[in-house]
Write a protein that binds this ligand. Structure first.
Ligand SMILES: [Zn+2]
Ligand SMILES: [Zn+2]
Length: 400
């Protein structure tokens, strides 16, 4: 008897193109080589590998270089094929890759940090190499002379580094949860401002130079969009992960943010949506709906001979409400809450189904992501996981 054929629902999701395997330890960073079927990876196992797709359809190393120390981070400039590799011992090693990606030639070493290099950015326009280290230093070097140009001590170890070439502002996100903005000159820098919005450390930063918006991902599971260029200076929270946000990438042409987490989640956010800031939480001695006192309001409790209630907050209006007046949950995508959160009963009634429509899509990479790279020209996403595997995804079904 023939099985009944059910029409499959049309689910748009990333398509797994390739698994690139062979590293002995976790691949801390990797990039897709533009216009080539290739990947450059640096790993905790001390190797730098360039993987090219062979006739078999598999990716095999065309370059396999062992470094003196674990490779913590990298920056690759496709125009010059310059590869800057940050090492656990504080050194940055620079190489030039041959046109066919079969050879890498050493150029120079920078003694940039006292300990593990955490982030590197090579800025071709200024011939600068920006870096941060476990030594809590931000430093920049001239890539022509190899000379150190300047430095700045951050409040904690940095794990996010972005640069605006046009205005020479650098954004440094650190493990204390702070983002520091510096303005760089040739050999000096000035502190512009610092801001703080996360309750956990900053794990990743992503700068969109067109909209002048900075995204920060955190171990507190959230992403914050900082409207740096806008006059209002708004900060919008995006809640769509159940675990640490580990990596961010922005698809400028479609205005979508890709955030990846320790839960394996790949979340694609539509940033064309106008979102609102979450309200300040109001403080009150009693529920702002039913006027029942909260438990610390001893005097009123005594007067009314009532048992105090626990104070909760409606995520939509910010009012302090008791549990009874906020018994329902709702997602509020236009405030960045893709998951259900506590709302007061009147807000619950007021939220329309239209307002509840998700503004992000959720996908499972099936590995704990530590790093991502997005190749906008092909719509490919690279994810690197704690399972030592690199996965290549075709994102065009969801990033378009
Ligand atoms: Zn409310
Ligand atoms: Zn109440």
């Amino acid at each position: 008897m023939a099985a009944e054929i059910q029409p499959k629902p049309l689910t748009r999701k990333p398509i797994l193109l390739q698994r690139v395997e062979g590293s002995q330890e976790v691949v801390n960073m990797a990039v897709i080589v533009p216009k080539e079927e290739g990947v450059i990876s640096v790993s905790e196992d001390r190797t730098v590998r360039v993987w090219l797709k062979r006739d078999s359809g598999q990716y095999w190393p065309s370059i396999y270089q062992v470094m003196p120390s674990p490779c913590s981070c990298m920056s690759f400039n496709p125009e010059t094929r310059r590869l800057s590799i940050g090492l656990d011992n504080g050194t940055i090693s620079e190489f030039i890759l041959s046109e066919d990606y079969n050879k890498m030639t050493p150029v120079k070493n920078y003694q940039a940090h006292q300990s593990r290099v955490t982030m590197i950015l090579f800025v071709l326009e200024l011939e600068w190499v920006l870096s941060t280290g476990q030594d809590k230093q931000f430093a920049w070097h001239c890539s022509e002379s190899g000379q150190r140009l300047g430095g700045y001590r951050t409040s904690a170890v940095a794990s996010g580094l972005q640069f605006d070439v046009e205005t020479r502002h650098v954004f440094i996100g650190d493990q204390s949860g702070q983002v520091t903005i510096l303005k760089l000159e040739q050999d000096s820098c000035t502190l512009v401002t610092t801001f703080r919005g996360h309750t956990g450390g900053v794990t990743a930063l992503c700068w969109d130079p067109v909209q002048r918006v900075l995204f920060s991902g955190s171990s507190d599971h959230s992403v914050i969009m900082w409207d740096i260029g806008g006059r209002k200076g708004t900060a919008i929270e995006l809640q769509g992960h159940n675990d640490k946000v580990q990596a961010l990438s922005y698809a400028q042409h479609t205005r979508q943010l890709i955030s990846c987490g320790g839960d394996g989640g790949i979340v694609v956010w539509n940033m064309d949506v106008e979102r609102q800031e979450t309200p300040e939480w109001l403080d009150s001695d009693s529920c702002q709906k039913c006027n029942q006192p909260f438990f610390w309001n001893f005097k009123q409790m005594w007067d009314n001979k009532k048992i105090g209630l626990r104070q909760h907050h409606c995520r939509k209006c910010g009012k302090a409400v008791c549990g009874k007046c906020s018994s329902k949950r709702s997602s509020i995508p236009l405030m960045g809450f893709e998951f259900e959160v506590r709302v007061c009963d009147s807000c619950h009634e007021a939220i329309t189904d239209e307002e509840r429509a998700p503004t992000a899509t959720f996908h499972d990479s099936k590995h704990n992501i530590v790093h991502v790279h997005f190749d906008a020209t092909r719509g490919w996403l690279l994810t690197s996981g704690t399972d030592k595997v690199i996965k290549l995804w075709d994102m065009t079904p969801v990033v378009s």
